[in-house]
Design a protein around this ligand. Sequence first.
Ligand code: NAD
Length: 373
Amino acid sequence: MIVGIVKEPEEESRVAMLPEAVKTLKSWNVEVMVETGAGKKAFADDALYQESGAEIVDRSTLLQKVDIVCGIQALSIAEIRSMGPKSVLMGQFNALYNPELTHFLIHESRTAFSMELVPRTTRAQSMDVLSSMATVVGYKAVLMAANLLPRFFPMFMTAAGTITPSRVLILGAGVAGLQAIATAKRLGATVFAFDVRQAAKEEVMSLGAKFVEVEGATDDKSAGGYAVEQNEDFIHRQKEAIHEQATKADVVITTAQIPGKKAPLLIEERTVLAMKPGAVVIDLAASSGGNCALTQADQTVSINGVSIVGVGNLAAQLPQDASKMYGKNYLNFLKLIIKEGQMNLNFEDDIVSGTCVCHEGKPVNSRITQMIN
Ligand code: NAD
C-alpha cells in the first residue's frame, strides 16, 4: 500500500509528516509518496524525503495513486473527487464544525479520518494532535507576548537599578495554558492563572504559579475533563476577579474554550481600558469568538496602549517541531490502521471509530452521526 503526504495550502507552514516518519513507514513495508515541496516550509526538502525512501510526485499523481492521503488542512472538494475511489482521506478538518465538507464526504461515499476527533483518552494520548499543537501554541504565545511587551519578563538587579519581574495572567489552564505558565516561569515572570476546573488548581500550583480563586464554578466531572458553561452569578464574580487581576498584569494570555461552544467572554472592554499602557493580551481563543471583547481574529489591535493579539494558526509559526510532533501523532494513529503493510480498519477499536468521520459514506463517530441527523 502507499501513504501520501500532501503539500499544505500557502498559509500553512507545517507538514503532516517529516522525512523521519517516512523511514518508519518504510520499515512497515509501506510505500510513501510525497508531493513536491511538501516539507519546504518546515525545512525538510524533497531530497531529504527521497533519502528516507519516499517518491516525490506532483499533487494530482499523489491524489490518484495513494491509499491514504495524509495532510493537515482540508483538501478542496474538487481534489477529494480526484482521489482514488477507495482511498482514505486523513487530516484535521474540524469535521464537527465543517458540515459542508462532512456532508460532501458522506455523499461521495468516502472514508475519512479527522485527527481532532481522536478520543482524549490515556491510550490515545500519543495520537492527540490537539494536545501537541496546544503545547506549541502555549509556548509560542508567551514568546509573542515577550516580543511585544515594552518591559523585561525577569527581575534584574543591575548597576542601573532594579527591574521588577513582569506579571503574567493566564486564563484557562488546559494544555496550552499550562505550557504558557511553564514558559512564562522559565522567562522569570510572576505568573497567576485561573480556570473553572478545580483539577487545574493543583497543576497550576505545581508549575510555581498562583491560582486565582473564584468560588462556585460548575465543574462537571462527566464532561471528560473539559469545562462546561457557567451560571450568571459565577460569570459575574469571575469577571470581577479577572478585572482585578488583569488590571495589575503586564501580559494576559487567554486560552479558555468550551468544546462545541463559543469561547467564554472573560475580559470586558472596561477591563482593557483599565489595563496598564504597554500591556499585552494574547487571545488564543480568537478563532472561536475570543476571550476578550476587543479581540479581532488574525489581527493585532492597540487600544489605549494595550496590544490585543487575535491569534490564528500559531502552531504554523514553529513549523519544524510542530511538524515533528504532528508526524509522531500521525504515525501512532497509522499503526492502528496498517497491519503487515496493508490497510486494516478495525472499528471495534474506539480510537479508530472515534476518529473516523465516515467509512464508505457511513458516519462512524457518534457526534458526526448526531450532527447529520
Ligand atoms: P480546551 O482547549 O478545551 O480549554 C482550555 C482551558 O480553558 C480548559 O482548561 C478549560 O477548563 C478552560 N476554561 C473553559 N472555560 C473557562 C472559563 N470560563 N474560565 C476559565 N477557564 C475556562 O482544553 P484542553 O487544553 O484541550 O484540555 C482540557 C482538559 O482535557 C484538561 O483537563 C486536560 O488535561 C484534558 N486532556 C486530556 C487528554 C487525555 O487524557 N488524552 C488529552 C488532552 C487534554
